[in-house]
Design a protein around this ligand. Structure first.
Ligand code: SF4
Ligand code: SF4
Length: 329
């Protein structure tokens, strides 16, 4: 079993379109969407949810009104301004005025540091677990998929990413699948680190812009730091061939393979609009065709085989073939 992570230095580079194409092209795989802050792989793969699971992480301050003596200490010590009321307050020009009332804890602002619970002289605040989101196991036309949704205002510490990866690995092992293909989070923060550890290949999707080159360098450095084999794909390379050349030069200097270059193609936009992976899109309407790296259709509606595929879709097939070689090597 091989684990492929598809990542990018920032969002919007076309990472999910590429994972959607791989979902069609790979025969034996489980898909994992670890971009839990902005999950969108489901828009392309139209999953049918089989199981929904709660994700509990972090703590939140909770008040017991019966124990509170309205002294205001908790509001004073909270560095995040998450507690209002509960004692005297200082008003300019007047001095200290009585504001005795039960404190109100704002769950969105509370960072769960626990200082108020320790400071409360009457033991009126406790720290309770928070349900931070859900993760799902689903069926798609292309195989099983594990994905997640982080709750509103919940911090993405990487724990939910770890949970999604753990379940994807469990499915791959249980069903004897050949690949885990993961749509990773953008950037270089905790969620990326959580999704990168121990993968067999990190495919970094880059765009030929000044910021794209900069962002790609940071992700390559991160992969080097964690000893993860990296390869690069330049998406829409023909929009700026000078920047694309700079990406290739940098990759060469770092010993990182440019595994593929995908040209700009409006067919990709059309496929996204219809919610279909670009290699399963006939350019006219919705169509599902499963094909191998050799380009041969393996299924699909009558008359679908033999269509003329767009240049981006062809480049994605070549990219998948090269990724398979990199994973084997
Ligand atoms: S510190 Fe405790 S007793 Fe005082 S206002 Fe806050 S919760 Fe109430
Ligand atoms: S746990 Fe920390 S952030 Fe939350 S209300 Fe208490 S002091 Fe403020």
């Amino acid at each position: 079993m091989k684990e492929l992570l598809v990542i990018s230095g920032k969002g919007g580079t076309g990472k999910t379109s590429i994972v959607g194409a791989f979902a069609v092209l790979a025969d034996s795989k489980v898909l994992a969407d670890c971009d839990v802050d902005a999950a969108d792989l489901h828009l392309l793969l139209d999953p049918t949810v089989r199981t929904t699971n709660e994700f509990w992480a972090g703590k939140q301050a909770v008040l017991d009104p019966a124990m509170c003596r309205e002294c205001g200490v908790c509001a004073e010590v909270c560095r995040f301004g998450a507690i209002n009321g509960g004692g005297s307050m200082s008003v300019r020009g007047i001095g200290s005025v009585d504001n005795a009332s039960l404190p109100k804890i704002d769950p969105v602002s509370c960072e769960g540091c626990g200082v108020c619970a320790r400071a409360c002289p009457h033991g009126a605040i406790s720290m309770e677990d928070v349900m931070s989101g859900h993760w799902f196991v689903s069926d798609t036309a292309y195989g099983p998929m594990v994905h997640a949704r982080l709750g509103a205002a919940q911090e993405n510490s990487g724990k939910l990413v770890t949970e999604v990866r753990r379940e994807a690995r469990s499915i791959a092992e249980g069903q004897g699948l050949e690949y885990i293909i993961t749509d990773g989070p953008p950037g270089i923060g905790c969620p990326v680190i959580s999704s990168m550890s121990g993968v067999d290949l990190a495919l970094i999707v880059s765009e030929p812009t000044v910021s794209g080159v900069h962002d790609m360098k940071r992700v390559i450095e991160l992969a080097h730091h964690f000893g993860v084999k990296a390869a690069v794909c330049i998406n829409k390379y023909d929009l700026d061939e000078v920047s694309a050349g700079q990406i290739e030069e940098y990759c060469q200097s770092e010993g990182v393979e440019v595994a593929g270059k995908i040209p700009f193609d409006e067919e990709v936009v059309g496929a996204l609009v219809r919610g279909v992976p670009v290699v399963a899109h006939d350019g006219r309407g919705v169509g599902i065709a499963r094909a191998g790296a050799d380009g041969a259709d393996r299924s699909g509606p009558a008359g679908f085989a033999g269509r003329t595929e767009g240049k981006a879709a062809r480049a994605m097939r070549q990219l998948w073939a090269r990724v398979v070689d990199c994973l084997k090597g």
